[in-house]
Design a protein around this ligand. Structure first.
Ligand code: ASP
Ligand code: MG
Length: 405
């Protein structure tokens, strides 16, 4: 007998028919003699609709109340799914994040899971109940409801898989796996059979939009056997693991992230402590800085540019403005007209010429590169947002022969 964690995203439980579809997948797994823990997200666009509702009442609500509101989306899903499973005649119980024992820190709207108190769930599993858990939520030590950040249900699922030493954690979604590029913009994108945690981590944080990046970090840390599968069609998905079979493949995929903004602080004195003061101030406001680029000093001045999630732009701008005197910079610029396009692949470590090939594809397409960042297994460029779809397609085409097919 195995323990399997299955997570279903919002589109997989969007309406009654889909809820029953999920109920069937879950009960089939249970029928095979497995213990099953199910994590669900809010139905369809519920979370976005709740955010809109809040804005009608108060454009600036406290994060505590926002979490209180957003957590209701998942509570609807768990109850409906449990009712569907009851109707099919199986023993089932639904639990909110707090009931399931999710203890988090107090960073409302982006809380981190501290630990999972397992007694309640162990009890339910001991009674052979199918256990349905609300994703995306937990409770801090003061008993307040917290949420884990948008897309956080993946992380709930992986955390449960790690805590209960599950044999498998399946992430069911409306795509059937991880592709070499977003199939909506690159029609000839190919599905990957396998991908490493590190590659997936880069793709997730680069906006491939399939898995929440914290969930992949956690899967890597606890070596969770992870799989992305379609809830709509029965076919093999993509396995995420430590080492993938086809390591020699040059690149695994091309990703785009349009959800970013850039700030450039121009003509800062080129002296020690400047970068520290800037990034410490941003960190104090819990603003995650993504890429950082500092120019070489000239005439004792330098520029520092960095990218952040678009949502954080207003707050980041405030921080930068508040440092005007202490950093003594000349001016700053900020823009949302920017997109991050990246190629990822463990195989590029040992293959020179990958960057040149990417830049050639962009050059041939007449797309200007504003900034370049590299790491061992990825190359990222910042370009104008309007050109990002074309950029992804051009790069994907250029590497087509090196991609799995
Ligand atoms: N419902 C939440 C969201 O839309 C969490 C999730 O879907 O994972 O972000
Ligand atoms: Mg969702």
């Amino acid at each position: 007998m195995s323990l399997i964690v299955q997570k279903f995203g919002g589109s997989s439980v969007a309406n009654a028919e889909r809820v029953f579809n999920v109920a069937r997948i879950v009960t089939e797994t249970y029928d095979k003699g497995n213990d099953v823990i199910v994590v669900v997200s809010a139905q369809g666009d519920t979370t976005d609709e709740l955010i809109e509702k809040a804005a009608e009442i108060n454009p600036n609500p406290s994060k505590r109340e926002m979490d209180m509101l957003l957590a209701t989306g998942e509570q609807i899903s768990i109850a409906l799914l449990a009712m569907a499973i009851e109707k099919l005649g199986y023993p089932v119980v639904s639990l909110t994040g707090p009931q399931a024992g999710f203890l988090t820190d107090s960073s409302h709207s982006k809380a981190r899971i501290r630990r999972i108190e397992k007694e309640r769930m162990e009890n339910e599993l001991g009674k052979h109940n199918i256990v349905i858990v609300a994703g995306f939520q937990g409770m801090n030590r003061y008993g307040n409801i917290t949420t884990l950040g948008r897309g956080g249900s993946d992380t709930s699922a992986v955390a449960l898989a790690a805590a209960f030493h599950a044999d498998l954690c399946q992430i069911y979604t409306d795509v059937d796996g991880i592709y070499t590029a977003d199939p909506r913009i690159v029609p000839n994108a190919q599905k990957l059979e396998e991908i490493t945690y590190d590659e997936m981590l880069e793709l997730a944080s680069l906006g491939a939009n399939v898995l929440h990046n914290r969930s992949v970090e956690m899967a890597k840390k606890y070596n969770v056997n992870l799989e992305v599968v379609s809830s709509l069609e029965k076919k093999p998905g993509t396995k995420v693991k430590e080492v993938a079979k086809v390591e020699k493949m040059l690149i695994k995929g091309v990703a785009r992230d349009n959800n970013i903004a850039r700030i450039s602080v121009v003509e800062v004195p080129d002296s020690p402590g400047v970068a520290f003061r800037l990034f410490a101030a941003l960190a104090a406001k819990k603003i995650d800085v993504d890429n950082i680029l500092q120019s070489i000093g000239r005439e004792e001045l330098k520029d520092i540019s960095f990218t952040i999630a678009k949502d954080n732009l207003p707050e980041a701008v405030k921080v930068v403005e508040s440092l005007k005197d202490s950093l003594n910079y000349k001016y700053y610029e900020s823009t949302e007209n920017i997109s991050k396009v990246s190629i990822v692949g463990a195989g590029m470590k040992s293959n020179p010429g990958v960057a040149a090939k990417m830049f050639e594809a962009l050059g041939d397409a007449g797309i200007n590169i504003q900034m370049i960042f590299t790491s061992e297994i990825k190359i990222t460029v910042l370009i104008n947002k309007e050109e990002s779809t074309r950029a992804v397609a051009a790069i994907h085409d250029a590497f087509m022969a090196d991609l799995p097919h």
